[in-house]
Design a protein around this ligand. Structure first.
Ligand SMILES: [Zn+2]
Length: 438
């Protein structure tokens, strides 16, 4: 039987022990179907020596010792796909836990592809099995059965082993620094802050006029504030398509509001309806905002096709190095590189530059070419008068030569593995998923 922590004293005791641990694996179970903020039900914690479940709904329980643990700098906090767990800590404590390690991100640079499921990752790194029957448990119900608690605790005890395994892999391949960059994004408060003033940015369609933009800003911001203060999902206040229609039709009266297709019947007679109409009038009568700037990095002419060719190169590089393509560059990044050599994208800095950015610029500027040979895609080094010479299959040869000259530390450098991996794909990695790199 698993002891569940239900008092602040017991939580303080265990957190005092966990504070001295090298790392703590963290998982949470929560519900958010009917609320804006996730409703925390359980917190599971596992250090090398401890494994506990905290009943976050226990009456009178104060989570402060847990929050203090989350901000202890000497303890590495290990999550799997931790964004929502971190969001909960941010909402409760007003800070982002640090330092952290996310095993989902680490798995992407360890050759497991870009979307491996947690149970698969556990099976392939530790051989452990996750019982999926409790996945859809209502974690807010009490009491939970021993089986349910077992399942909840297994999530973090497995996570502890997955972490150790991935960590060893990363150290062996010299890729610890790569993961650190990705973790930095997760630990930025910008990732979790939800400001009503910028809520309009969630809407993808670009406003066609300053009037439309003014109303969109006002209505999206109002909806965000309403959802947060009433603690209900955004859609419960007003659905996305209704926000968009209000911005494009800009109803100045209750009758005009009632005429919109996407607004619920009778909404115009509600308090919210009256507020919304007043809001539209205020937005239109006040100073109108400038439209958001158009992105000049967008490709013109055959830029779209250029980005497609870069995508082929990206796929080659990703397979060759056992790194998920989406960790290296997004399709948005490819568009930008196609448009300008100096694009401000992650793919053109740090380890991504060595791995993909420089080969991409070589391809883009005619120093290499992509061709096919016997059904295989090959990269050609273009050597001018002598014609093109075949580079090693799929190896960005021109780029790797130049990188070798630049390289400062030969060991563990991103360039160290260029041309030595045997080209097995994401799923070809064997034990531990680490592509052969030495
Ligand atoms: Zn879980």
């Amino acid at each position: 039987m698993i002891a569940t922590i239900t008092t602040t004293e017991a939580l303080a005791d265990v957190c005092a022990r966990l504070c001295t641990a090298e790392f703590v694996a963290v998982d949470t179970e929560f519900m958010r179907e009917t609320t804006f903020w996730p409703k925390l039900c359980l917190v599971q914690l596992a250090s090398p020596d401890d494994a506990v479940i905290v009943d976050a709904m226990a009456p009178g329980l104060d989570l402060t010792p847990f929050l203090d643990l989350m901000r202890t700098p000497s303890v590495l906090k290990v999550f799997h796909a931790g964004r929502q767990d971190i969001e909960i800590v941010y909402h409760r404590g007003g800070f982002v836990p640090a330092p952290i390690f996310d095993t989902q991100i680490a798995a992407m640079v360890c050759g497991f592809g870009d979307s491996i499921a947690y149970d698969q990752l556990v099976a392939r790194t530790t051989g452990g099995r996750i019982d999926k029957t409790h996945r859809f448990t209502d974690w807010s119900r009490r009491p939970l059965s021993d089986l349910q608690l077992d399942y909840a605790l297994a999530d973090v005890t497995h996570l502890r082993d997955v972490y150790r395994h991935l960590r060893a892999s990363l150290e062996k391949s010299g890729r610890i620094d790569w993961v650190a960059e990705e973790m930095a994004v997760l630990t930025s408060t910008d990732t979790y802050r939800v400001e009503p003033e910028t809520a309009w940015a969630r809407f993808k369609a670009r406003p066609k006029s300053r009037e439309e933009f003014a109303v969109l800003q006002a209505v999206a911001g109002w909806r965000e504030r309403e959802a947060q203060t009433r603690d209900v999902p955004r859609s419960r206040v007003l659905k996305d398509d209704a926000v968009s229609e209000v911005a494009t039709r800009r109803p100045r009266t209750a009758e005009q509001l009632a005429g919109l297709r996407t607004v619920p019947k009778g909404f115009e007679r509600s308090r919210s309806g009256a507020e919304l109409v007043a809001l539209v009038n205020r937005a239109l009568d006040g100073p109108l905002p400038e439209l958001p700037p158009v992105d000049n990095d967008r490709p013109t002419g055959n830029g779209g096709a250029a980005a497609e060719l870069l995508k082929v190169l990206l796929k080659l590089v990703a397979e060759r190095h056992g790194v998920a393509a989406k960790v290296i560059a997004t399709s948005d990044d490819l568009d930008r590189i196609a448009a300008t050599d100096g694009a401000d994208v992650p793919a053109l800095s740090g380890w991504r530059r060595d791995l993909f950015g420089l080969p991409a610029l070589d391809l883009k500027n005619g120093r290499t070419a992509i061709a096919m040979n016997g059904g295989r895609i090959v990269l050609l080094e273009r050597s001018g008068a002598d014609g093109d010479t075949l580079a090693a299959p799929a190896a960005p040869a021109a780029a790797s030569k130049r990188r070798k000259r630049r390289r400062r530390k030969p060991e563990g450098d991103a360039a160290g593995s260029v041309g030595t991996a045997d080209g097995r794909g994401d799923n070809g990695a064997g034990d531990g998923g680490l592509p052969p790199s030495d």
